[in-house]
Design a binder for this molecule. Structure first.
Ligand SMILES: [Zn+2]
Length: 333
């Protein structure tokens, strides 16, 4: 019987739990709205109830390898504490791992959600053919994750890979991390909406103003639709997203020299609106990229690509965590 595991993606607005077998086949997925306003205890109770439902439902299917949980924010891996989490108000310095383990009566693997997404893309998505990659997740914020030699790169305490807080504007827009001008403030869905609203307020964008008026949600998708229809202010917003992303990716390529950089998250569906500017900027700013991509027949090229798993990347990556930690223990024995 093949083993299976349970992965959890805890977001600021969605809680998703999936049972996945060790080959990466989805067995069942459950999504609910995260009622973060009800407090962390209520969210954890709901999460643990769903995990236990799935574990009971599939207990005849094979051994449960474990539970992996992706959470937004920076985690201290040693203590299992969530140190900072802008999307989960009231969770800072909360012993998340200990609280979940107490409720479930078993040990779990905790991971930053963007690290889990990078791990998921490496397992079943765009990065299946490479042993190392760096992924940027452009969603409500901008997350980053690095997989090195088939393992998540954690740094000293588990906080490595925070690419969303790389600076692209020294005196730029204030960021939730305490700095100013982080890429998160220019390339996230939240930032794209803010920048569009700034253009509307400055009276520079009549079609964007009309779209905002007729659609109270006024999502980044609406702005993207105007950009592809040729609306100049909307097009310029994505051009700027691309330029700034190109600056960040150029820095990452120069620093890491990995075979692949993956762009995921909701904003990556606007790829054709920002990618040309991103690639132009990358070529102009990274001599490592230029050196690895000058010959189209080169054996080792730097690949820049879109993610393939959509919003499931983090869920699959979380589910993979207990599967590989067991494999690693077996090797050690
Ligand atoms: Zn920041």
């Amino acid at each position: 019987m093949s083993r299976y595991s349970i992965g959890v993606d805890l977001g600021g607005t969605n809680l998703r739990v999936a049972a996945v077998d060790e080959s990466g086949q989805l067995i069942e997925k459950i999504s609910t709205n995260t009622q973060v306003t009800h407090g962390r205890g209520a969210v954890l109770d709901e999460m643990c109830r769903i995990i236990q439902t799935l574990a009971t439902r599939f207990n005849t299917r094979g051994p449960l390898a474990g539970v992996g949980i992706g959470v937004p924010g920076i985690i201290d891996m040693e203590s299992g504490m969530l140190r900072e989490s802008p999307n989960l108000p009231g969770w800072a310095n909360y012993p998340v791992q200990q609280e979940i383990e107490r409720r479930l009566g078993t040990s779990i693997t905790l991971e930053n959600d963007a690290n889990a997404a990078a791990f998921g893309e490496h397992w079943l998505g765009a990065g299946q053919t490479v042993d190392s990659l760096c992924m940027l997740t452009l969603g409500t914020g901008v997350g980053g994750g690095i997989v090195l030699d088939n393992q998540i790169w954690h740094g000293m305490t588990g906080m490595a890979g925070e690419a969303g807080h790389i600076n692209v504007e020294p005196d730029g827009h204030p960021c939730g991390c305490g700095s100013h001008g982080c890429i998160e403030q220019y390339a996230s869905a939240t930032a794209i909406k803010r920048i569009a609203k700034e253009a509307i307020d400055a009276d520079h964008a009549p079609l964007l103003a009309r779209a905002q008026h007729s659609d109270p949600e006024f999502s980044a998708k609406v702005i993207y639709n105007l950009a592809v229809q040729g609306d100049e202010p909307a097009r310029k917003i994505f051009e700027d997203v691309g330029r700034r992303l190109g600056i960040v990716v150029a820095g990452l390529v120069n620093l890491l020299n990995l075979p692949m950089y993956v762009i995921g998250g909701g904003v990556s569906s606007s790829w054709d609106a920002f990618a040309p500017a991103m690639l132009r900027e990358l070529k102009a700013r990274s001599f490592v990229f230029a050196a690895t991509n000058s010959d189209e027949h080169a054996k080792h090229k730097t690949i820049i690509t879109r993610a393939l798993l959509g919003t499931d990347a983090g869920l699959f990556g979380a589910a993979r965590l207990p599967l590989v930690s067991i494999a690693r223990e077996a090797v050690r024995r």
